[in-house]
Design a binder for this molecule. Structure first.
Ligand SMILES: O=P(O)(O)OC[C@H]1O[C@@H](O)[C@H](O)[C@@H](O)[C@@H]1O
Length: 280
C-alpha cells in the first residue's frame, strides 16, 4: 500500500507518496512541481537549487517545472508559461499492484487574474506521477474544455542530479538534428553528448535517451512530445541566475520532453504526453 501525506517544502504545501518498496515522490501544489524522486534505495534523482525561492513568489529552480502554454519565449505570454507558477489541486492518489500515483489538475479558474486575462481559454491540465519499481511516469494531458481552438506548447523541464557534470553524458542523440542557442541547426555527430560549456539545445524527438552519470544510469522515454531540450547554463549564465548558486551548474542537467512550437488544440480535444524515467 502507498502512503500519501501532506507536508511542507520550504513554505510550500506539498504531497508526498511513499510506495511499498520505499520509493518516494514529493510534489508541491505550487506548479504540480516534482521536487524529489527517490528510488527504493533511497537515492535522490532530482536536483533542486539551494538558492531557489520556496514561497510561491517565483518558479522553483530544480525538480520538474511544468511548462505550459508556451515554451520559453515562443509565444506572446509569460516565459515558460503560467503552469509552473500556478497552484494546482491534488485530484487523486493511491496505489496497489506495484503502482503508486498522485494526480494533479489545473483549470482556468485556478489562474491568477492577470494570467487568466492574458490567456482567456478554458482548459483542464492533468498531471499524474506514477511510481513503479525504479521508474517514475509523468502522464500529462491538456484538454480544451472551451468552444474555440487554442495554441499551446509544453515541456517537463526536468533537472537531474548528476553528482558532477564532468562525469556526465547523454547517449541516444547521435544523428539527431538540433538547434542551439545561436540558432544554428546541425546533426549531432558524436554518440555521447558531454558537458564542457553551456548547452541549450532543442533536439528533434527520439523515443529514448540514456543519461550516464558517475553514480547512475537513467533511461528516459517519451511519447506524444516532439522534442528533447537539453540545457545546462554553464559557468557564466549560472552566475547571472540569482536563484542558482555559482557552482551549482556543475551538479545538474535538464533534459526536457517538450513540444516547443505552439500547436493548435481543437475545442473538446485532448493531447497526452508521457515521460518515463527508469533508474538502472
Ligand atoms: O530560467 P528559466 O525561465 O527557468 O529558463 C531556464 C532555461 O530553460 C530551458 O528550457 C531553455 O532552453 C533555456 O533557454 C532557459 O534558459
Amino acid at each position: 500500500m502507498a502512503v500519501v501525506t501532506t507536508t511542507e517544502y520550504g513554505a510550500l504545501p506539498a504531497i508526498q507518496i511513499t510506495a511499498a518498496d520505499g520509493s518516494q515522490a514529493t510534489v508541491s501544489l505550487f506548479g504540480a512541481h516534482l521536487l524529489s524522486w527517490k528510488t527504493g534505495d533511497g537515492k535522490e534523482r532530482m536536483f533542486v537549487s539551494a538558492q531557489t525561492p520556496l514561497d510561491g513568489s517565483k518558479a522553483i529552480r530544480g525538480g520538474v517545472p511544468v511548462i505550459f502554454p508556451q515554451f520559453n519565449v515562443r509565444g506572446p505570454g509569460l516565459r515558460h508559461g503560467f503552469a509552473r507558477v500556478s497552484t494546482w489541486h491534488l485530484t487523486a492518489s493511491g496505489g496497489d499492484g506495484g503502482q503508486s500515483f498522485l494526480e494533479f489538475s489545473l483549470n482556468q479558474n485556478d489562474l491568477a487574474p492577470d494570467h487568466a486575462q492574458a490567456w482567456p481559454h478554458a482548459f483542464e491540465l492533468t498531471l499524474r506521477f506514477t511510481l513503479h519499481g525504479d521508474s517514475i511516469d509523468a502522464r500529462f494531458t491538456v484538454h480544451n474544455t472551451g468552444a474555440q481552438a487554442f495554441p499551446f506548447g509544453v515541456a517537463l523541464h526536468t533537472y537531474y542530479d548528476v553528482g558532477h557534470l564532468a562525469a556526465t553524458s547523454i547517449s541516444g542523440l547521435q544523428h539527431v538534428r538540433y538547434t542551439d542557442h545561436h540558432q544554428n541547426t546541425r546533426e549531432q555527430e558524436h554518440p555521447a553528448l558531454h558537458f564542457t560549456e553551456k548547452h541549450d539545445r532543442m533536439y528533434q524527438s527520439t523515443p529514448a535517451l540514456t543519461l550516464n552519470t558517475a553514480n547512475a544510469t537513467l533511461r528516459l522515454e517519451q511519447h506524444g512530445y516532439d522534442n528533447w531540450v537539453v540545457w545546462n547554463p554553464g559557468e557564466d549564465d549560472a552566475k547571472a541566475l540569482v536563484d542558482l548558486a555559482d557552482e551549482e551548474y556543475l551538479r545538474f542537467v535538464c533534459i526536457e520532453p517538450a513540444r516547443i512550437d505552439q500547436q493548435q488544440l481543437d475545442a473538446g480535444a485532448t493531447w497526452t504526453g508521457s515521460h518515463r524515467i527508469t533508474a538502472d
